[in-house]
Design a binder for this molecule. Sequence first.
Ligand SMILES: Cc1ncc(C[n+]2csc(CCOP(=O)(O)OP(=O)(O)O)c2C)c(N)n1
Length: 696
Amino acid sequence: MNNLGILYFEIVVVFRNLYTFGNLIITTMSDQKTVQSIFNYTTGNLAKKDHLRLYYAMLKPRLIEEKMLILLRQGKISKWFSGIGQEAISAGVTLAMQKEEYILPMHRNLGVFVNRDIPLYRLFTQWQGKASGFTKGRDRSFHFGTQEYKIVGMISHLGPQLGVADGIALAHKLRGEKQCCAVFTGEGGTSEGDFHEALNVASVWDLPVLFCIENNGYGLSTPTNEQYRCENLADRGLGYGMESHVIDGNNIVEVYNKVSALAESIRENPRPILLEFRTFRMRGHEEASGTKYVPDDLMETWEAKDPITNYREFLISEGYLTTEEDDHQHLLIRAEIEAHLQKAYEEEDISSTETLELDDVYKEFNYQEVKPNLATEELRLVDAISQGLKQSMERYDNLVIMGQDVADYGGVFKITEGFVEQFGKERVRNTPICESAIVSAAMGLSINKMKAVMEMQFGDFATSGFNPIVNYLAKSHYRWNQEADVVIRMPCGGGVGAGPFHSQTNEAWFTKTPGLKVVYPAFPYDAKGLLATAIEDPNPVLYFEHKALYRSIRQEVPTDYFTIPFGKASILKEGKDVTIITYGAGVHWALETLDENPDISADLLDLRTLQPLDYGTIYESVKKTNRVIILQEDSKFGGIASDISACIMEDCFKYLDAPVKRVASLETPIPFSKILERSYLSRSKFLVALRELLAF
Ligand SMILES: Cc1ncc(C[n+]2csc(CCOP(=O)(O)OP(=O)(O)O)c2C)c(N)n1
C-alpha cells in the first residue's frame, strides 16, 4: 500500500470508531433531516446499481462541499461558490454523457469534476493554487480545463463558453463523429449576448450541443423577475428554432433519464437542444455574500426539495440502500476527502520564475521554414492573401474558414472567392452576424483538434468579439496549457474614406495583450508567407490586412506555399542619418517620402510582425544612425510607437543624438470626408517631423 493508501485506510478506521461511539464530529446537511419523498423516482426502470450510482454521484460533491465550507470558516480556502442543492444536475448530466464527450461546466458544477473521476487532491491543489492542480497556480477554483478529463472550465465572463461548445461540436460534426457536447450556464448568464449568439449559431449549423441552463432563482442577488420576462427560459428555444425542455433539476432520475435520451438522440441526429433545469441556490452567490435577500419561505420550500435527502429516503424505502450502507459510504467518501486533503496540504506552495511564467504565455512553436519556389507571378496584396489562404486550406484538411459572407459571395473583399467550389461549404462557412460566438467557436474548434481562420468583415468589428479574443484565446495557454490555433484576419486601415467604423487600425488593442501574436504585412510577398506561418502557428494570431493596399500594391510572389518567420523586420533601405520604423501603410508612406527626398539617408525598417517584435534589428539600426522616427497610422497615445520609443530610450539611450520621434494620426476618431481624413492621417505630417529630427 502506498502512503496515500495507508493514510486513507487509517482515516477510514478513525471515522468508523467515531461513528461507533456516537461521537460524529461533523454533521452534514444530508444528515440533518428526513424528508418525505416528493419526487417520482420510478421512471425509466433503473436497476438498483444505477440508482446507487446516481446517489453516490451526488453525495460525493455534497460531502466535499461540506468539508470546504468548514475549511472556508477556518480561513484555509479563500472563496467558495456553492452548488449545494443543485447536485442532481451536474451529476445527472455527467453520468448521461460519454467519458470522451466534452462538458463545459460553471462555478457550481463540482459534480461534473468529481464524476469525471478527477483525483480529489488535484482539485484541492487547484483550489490552493499548487502545482498538482490544473493551472500551476495561475487561475482559481473551477476556471480551468483538462483534455485528460474532457472538461473545459469557464472564464469569469460566463457567456463565451457557450460559443466554445459550438466549436467543439462543429469539430465532431465535421469529422462525422457521433458525439455531443454539454455546456452549462446559469439563468443570469442567459442575459448575455453570448447566450443568444451561441444558440443561434448552433441552431443554424445543427450542432450537437446540449445547452444546460441551471435556473437557480438568483444571479448573485438578482431574482429571475429582474433577469428576464418570459415564463420559462426554455421557451426561448422556439425563437432559435430549437427543441427545448424544462427539467426538474432536483430530481436526479429525471435529469439522468432525460439527458441520456436526448444526448443519444443528438449523437444520431446532430442538433442543439435547450434544457432548463429548475433548481435553487441554497447558499450565497459565494459564501461571503450570504442570502439575506432570499425570503425564508422560499428557502424552506427548496430545502424540502433537497435532491440528496429525498433520493436517499426513496432508496431506503425501496430497499436499495440501508442506513448502515449509507453511513458506510459517507465514511468512505469522507476518508477519501481527508486523505486527499492531507496530500494536498503536504504539497509545497507553488514556486516559479519569471522565465517559466513567460514561457507558458505562448505554446512553443517549432517554426519550419518552407522556402519559396523560384517561379513567381505578379500579385496584388489581396490576391497574395487569397492564394496563401487557399494553399493553407489545401495543406491542412482540418482548417476551417468562418466569417460573414465568406462562402459563395467570397467575402466583401473577395479573398475567399471560389473557395466553396474547391473546399465545400462545411470548411468555408458563412456565419450569422455574431463575432463573439464565432471567435469562441474558433476556440472550440482548436480545443477539438482543428484549425480556424476567422475573417472579421472589417477589423473594426473585432470589438464585438473582443472579450473572447483577449480573455479566452489570449489566456488559455497560460492558464491551462490549451492552445488557441486561430487566425483572425483583420481588414483594416484608413485612406479609403470609410469613416470612423470602417477605417481603424486597432492593432494596439491587441499588442498589449499577452498571449496574442500580431502580424501586419505591407507587401504581397510578406502577406502570403506570413499568413502561412500564422496558420501553422498554434497560437492566436491577429493578422492585419490594410484595405488601401489590397489593390494598390503589386509584387512578384512565389507561386507555391512558403513561410516567413515571425519577429523578423525587413530592412527596405539602408542609410546612415536616421532610422525610420514603421509597418503597414506607413511603409509605403515612408518609401514615397524617401523617393521624393533623395538627400535623406535612412534605414527603413518594416516591422512586419508587432508581436513578436524584432528588437535586435531595431537596436542595431539605432546604434548605427543615432536618430529614430517611428511612423504609425493609428492615433498617437498608447500606440505601438510609444512602446518602441520607450524601449529604445531604455536600452539605447547612450546611442541617441536626438529624442525618439513618434509620428501618428490625430487624436480623433477617423473622419469620413477624404479632405478631413487626409489631415487626420499621419502621412501628411511625416516629412516635416523627419526634417525636424534630422535638424535636431
Ligand atoms: C461579464 C460578467 N458580468 C458580471 C459578472 C459577475 N458575476 C459573476 S457570477 C454572476 C451571477 C451569475 O448568475 P447565474 O448565471 O444565474 O449563475 P449562478 O451564479 O446563479 O449559478 C455575476 C453577476 C461576471 N463574472 N462576468
